[in-house]
Design a protein around this ligand. Structure first.
Ligand code: PHE
Length: 453
C-alpha cells in the first residue's frame, strides 16, 4: 500500500475506543486492583492519579507525536523523526518489546478464556483448596493453556487481518462499550452486597501512614504499563490518526477512561471480597484464585454467583483481547511496511511466531519449568526483560529524544496541529514534563527495581 493510501481510523470515536482498547487490559482489571490492595488502598489511587497526569499522559502524547508525524510503523516513525540517526534504534526496540510482550500476554489472555469456559461449565465451584488446585493444575498442564493461547491468537489474527478500519476499529467499537456495560452491571451487583461499604472505605479513605517510596514507584510503573506506553502500540495506532486529531485531548480522554476502568475494577472486586471476609491483597493470584471463591460465596443466590462469574471472565477476556490486538498490530505494521509484504502475510507471520513462542512460554509454567534462562523460567524471563528492562529504557529514551533532540518546532506543530489548536501554553508545560519530570521519574523506577536506590 503506498503512503498516500495508508490505512487510518475512520472517526474520532474510533481513535479513542481503539487506543483505549489497547490501554484497558489485564493491567486495569487484574494488576491495578491487586496493587491497590498491596499498597494501602486509597493512598495508592491518589498517587496513581498524579502519575497518570504527570507521566502517563505526556509519554502518551510523545508517542502520538512520533507516530502521527511518521505515518508509519514504530521503527520507521522513529527513523523519520530522527533523520535516520542512531535514535532510530528506539523504534526497533519498541517493536521488539511489543512483540515479546504479545507472546506472553497471549498466554495470560488464554488463561482468561479457560476461565470463561470453566465458569460457564460450573467447574469453578468448590472449597478454596479446590479452586487453588484448579488453577495450579491448569497453568501447569502441557496442553490446555497452550490450546487457549492458540485460540486467542487466532481470534486476534482474524481481527487484524481485516485491516485497521474494518478489523481493529470495528472490533473496538463493539467490544469497548460491551466491556463498560458488563463492568457497570457487575459493579452494581458487587456494591449491593452486605458489608460492601468496607470495600468502598478501603478504596476511598486514604491512609497516609502507608505512603512510602515503594508506593510511589509502584504507582509510576503501573501508570506506564496500564497506558501501554513504550511498546510501540501507541505509536503504531497514532500513525492511523488523521492530521486533525487533537493529540493532547485524546491522550487526556484515554488516560481518564483507562483510570476509570481500573477504578471500577476495584469497585467490583473489593466490596465483594470484603463481604466474604477475604483480604484483597493476595497479589497476582487475585483474579484466578481469590475471585472464583468470592463469586461463589458473596452472592447468596448460586445462580447470581454463576452469572457474575461468567460475565466477569468474559469481561476480562475482552479487555485482554483488545490489548493483544494492539500488540500484534505493532509487529504486523512493521513487517508489512519494512519487508513490503501484504497485511495478510505479515499478520500470518506474526501470529505463527507468537504461537510458537507463546506455547514455549506456556510450557515453561509446567512441563518445562526446569528450563531456566538467567535463573528464571522462560515466562519469567520474558516478563523481566520486557517489563523491567526494555519498557523503562524505551520510555526514558523516547522522552530524551523528543524533549532534547527533536527540533521543538516539529514537536509543537504536531502538538498544536500546525498552530490551529491554540494550546501553546499547554505545550510549554508538556515540554517541561517530557524534558525533566518524565525521564527523572523513569530513571528512579529503573534504579529502584534493581535495589540501587
Ligand atoms: N495496557 C495494557 C493493560 O493494561 C497492557 C499492554 C501493555 C497492552 C502494552 C499493550 C501494550 O493490560
Amino acid at each position: 500500500m503506498s503512503k498516500l493510501e495508508r490505512a487510518s481510523f475512520g472517526s474520532k470515536l474510533g481513535v479513542i475506543l481503539a487506543t483505549a482498547g489497547s490501554a484497558v487490559g489485564l493491567g486495569n482489571i487484574w494488576r491495578f486492583p491487586y496493587m491497590t490492595g498491596q499498597n494501602g488502598g486509597a493512598v495508592f489511587i491518589v498517587i496513581y492519579i498524579f502519575c497518570v497526569l504527570l507521566l502517563g499522559i505526556p509519554c502518551m502524547i510523545s508517542e502520538f507525536i512520533i507516530g502521527r508525524h511518521g505515518q508509519s510503523n514504530t521503527a520507521r516513525a522513529f527513523r523519520i523523526m530522527s533523520g535516520g540517526t542512531v535514535w532510530s534504534l528506539i523504534g526497533y526496540m519498541g517493536v521488539l518489546t511489543g512483540f515479546l510482550i504479545s507472546c506472553y500476554y497471549a498466554v495470560v489472555s488464554g488463561w482468561c478464556l479457560e476461565y470463561v469456559w470453566a465458569s460457564f461449565l460450573g467447574h469453578l465451584h468448590g472449597d478454596p483448596e479446590y479452586i487453588k488446585t484448579y488453577f495450579v493444575t491448569f497453568s501447569q498442564d502441557p496442553v490446555k493453556p497452550a490450546f487457549w493461547t492458540l485460540i486467542i491468537l487466532l481470534a486476534t489474527y482474524l481481527i487484524i487481518e481485516n485491516g485497521v478500519r474494518d478489523g481493529i476499529e470495528r472490533a473496538s467499537k463493539l467490544m469497548m462499550p460491551t466491556l463498560f456495560i458488563l463492568l457497570l452491571v457487575i459493579v452494581g451487583a458487587s456494591c449491593m452486597l452486605p458489608e460492601a461499604e468496607k470495600g468502598l472505605e478501603f478504596l476511598f479513605k486514604p491512609d497516609i501512614s502507608k505512603v512510602n517510596g515503594d508506593v510511589f514507584l509502584s504507582a509510576l510503573g503501573q501508570s506506564f504499563y496500564s497506558m501501554s506506553i513504550a511498546m510501540g502500540c501507541i505509536c503504531t495506532y497514532a500513525s492511523y490518526f488523521s492530521k486533525s486529531t487533537n493529540l493532547p485531548n485524546s491522550a487526556m480522554q484515554i488516560g481518564v477512561i483507562d483510570f476509570f476502568v481500573a477504578l471500577l475494577a476495584g469497585l467490583l472486586i473489593f466490596p465483594a471480597a470484603f463481604s466474604v471476609g477475604v483480604n484483597p491483597d493476595s497479589g497476582p493470584s487475585l483474579i484466578f484464585i481469590t475471585l472464583p471463591n468470592v463469586f461463589q460465596n458473596a452472592f447468596g443466590d448460586p445462580t447470581l454467583g454463576y452469572i457474575v462469574s461468567v460475565l466477569f471472565y468474559i469481561l476480562l477476556s475482552m479487555a485482554a483481547l483488545t490489548s493483544l490486538i494492539s500488540l500484534h498490530e505493532v509487529s504486523t505494521a512493521f513487517l508489512q511496511e519494512e519487508i513490503g509484504t501484504t497485511r495478510k502475510r505479515a499478520a500470518i507471520g506474526v501470529t505463527v511466531a507468537c504461537m510458537v513462542i507463546g506455547v514455549v512460554c506456556s510450557l515453561s509454567m509446567g512441563a518445562w519449568s526446569n528450563v531456566k534462562l538467567f535463573g528464571m523460567t522462560i515466562f519469567d524471563t520474558f516478563d523481566f526483560v520486557t517489563g523491567q528492562l526494555f519498557l523503562p529504557l524505551v520510555g526514558f529514551l523516547t522522552c530524551i529524544f523528543l524533549g532534547w533532540f527533536v527540533p521543538h518546532k516539529i514537536v509543537k506543530d504536531e502538538f498544536t496541529n500546525m498552530g490551529t489548536l491554540r494550546n501553546g501554553t499547554l505545550f510549554h508545560f508538556y515540554l517541561l514534563l517530557v524534558k525533566y519530570v518524565c525521564p527523572i521519574c523513569i530513571l528512579f523506577i529503573f534504579l529502584h527495581q534493581f535495589g540501587l536506590i
